[in-house]
Structure formats: C-alpha cells, structure tokens
Design a binder for this molecule. Sequence first.
Ligand code: ZN
Ligand code: ZN
Ligand code: ZN
Length: 264
Amino acid sequence: MEDYWDGETEELDHTDEPQAEPEGCVGDLTMQEVYLDQLREALYERAGGIDQITDLLQQLKETDWVVWLNNAGARITVCRGCNHYVRVSEATTLSELTWLGDGLYCLECAERILSEHTFTCDICGHDFHARTPPAPFYICPECDSPSVAFALSSLAAQLARAKRQGLPATLTPRQWLNTLDYFSWRCAYCLRADFTCLDHYVPVVQGGGTTQGNCVPACTSCNSAKGGRAPQGYLIKASAFTRVAEYLAQFCEQENLGNTPGQA
Ligand SMILES: [Zn+2]
Ligand SMILES: [Zn+2]
Ligand SMILES: [Zn+2]
C-alpha cells in the first residue's frame, strides 16, 4: 500500500520542515485549507487521467489513514471507546481495568469507563474495580473470602424475604459481619456450633425485619428449635435469649422497631 504514494508522500509531509504556516494551523490535526489545496494538487497529479480516478478513489478508500498519518509524523490513534481520532499524547491506557489490555482511550472515555467500573466496597469502604457490577453487594477482592461470601448470600436472601413481606430490610453487609465477629462466627444461642444461618430474633412471621437490631447468627439446630415461634423458652435456655436480646437492644432504638426484642 505504501507504493501508492511513491514520490508524493514527501510532498505531502510537512511535519519535518514546517514552512511558514498560517496562524491556526500549527499543530492542529484538522485539515486546514492550505493543506487541502496541496492535497488536491497531489491527487490530480496522482490520478493522471479520468480513467485512473476510480482506481485512485478505491486506493484512497483502502488506505489505513491512521497508519499513513502516523508515518507522516502525526502521532494519532483511534480512541477505543468512542472511535474518534485522538492525539497519542492526549490518550491514556486503562491499566487498572486489567481486562481492557493496553488499548488507548481519549481522556473523556477513560474517565467515563473508569467510573463505570469503580465500586465502593460495602465492607471496608475502599474503591475497587470490577468488570461487571458485583451482586448482590459490592465486595472488594481484599474483603472477599468463602466465609464472607457465605455470610452475605444468606444476608441477601433474608433482606429479599423481609422486603417481600413489607418488613424493614436495612441490615448492611458491614453490620452483619460486625455481628458475626461479635459472636465469633458461632451460634448466638448455644455459643458452640458454627454459624450456619441468619436468625431473626423476632421471627419474620411475627413482623421481625432483617435489621441490625433483630438478626444474629444461629446454628441449624437452635434455629429450628426456635422455629417461627416467639423467642421465649422452648428448647433454648432463657439465659441465651436474654444474652441475645441484650446484644440486639443497643441497635433497636435507632431502628424504631415496633417489635423490640428487649421488650419481648
Ligand atoms: Zn473516546
Ligand atoms: Zn473491602
Ligand atoms: Zn446453636
């Protein structure tokens, strides 16, 4: 393709020996009139005769203009975001977004794409990048682990359940992990078995929401011992209920629950 331009390239390439350029043309990538005149002349000459015009137009169509302009010293590229030409000096890679490779973007696209892929971690509060919006919560790679994922999947399910019933659903990932840490990721009732489920102190069927003041970790047997019944007695010691109620009471005031565990 280069040999289409034998002889003419030098004539068109003004980057090496700038003559007295008119004001407004210096360093501007837009085709200015002075260059257009020269270009027209070069094209007429190149076409030679009326018979060659179709061939020439086809050649022009097939020319990779970015390569051609860069060979002439223009230093331009095509923004991968908006497909517009951009100066290489004003383009940037998005190396933070590893899946994008080393493509160049104009600054507007870079800013937009970066913000579309930046999320604030629901646990530590730091920003992190992800290809698709993390769901159901924004959890950064540093905070993520199998146990956190397990804890948050039960949280997501219980938030959805409370919402479906029209009950308060305000327990955040950070609050839930704080509660789990408080009980050392064990059952809040027996304090022995590992946590396996999120327990509503006031059961959902009795109007207990998925909130910080109503949720504790439980093991499967304590949870089923409680069932959907009022949280007194049954197979769990009264002292366990008192302990859990005391822990939850500190959050209840802010939540204005109609069904305060401390009063149960
Ligand atoms: Zn762009
Ligand atoms: Zn985090
Ligand atoms: Zn238990």
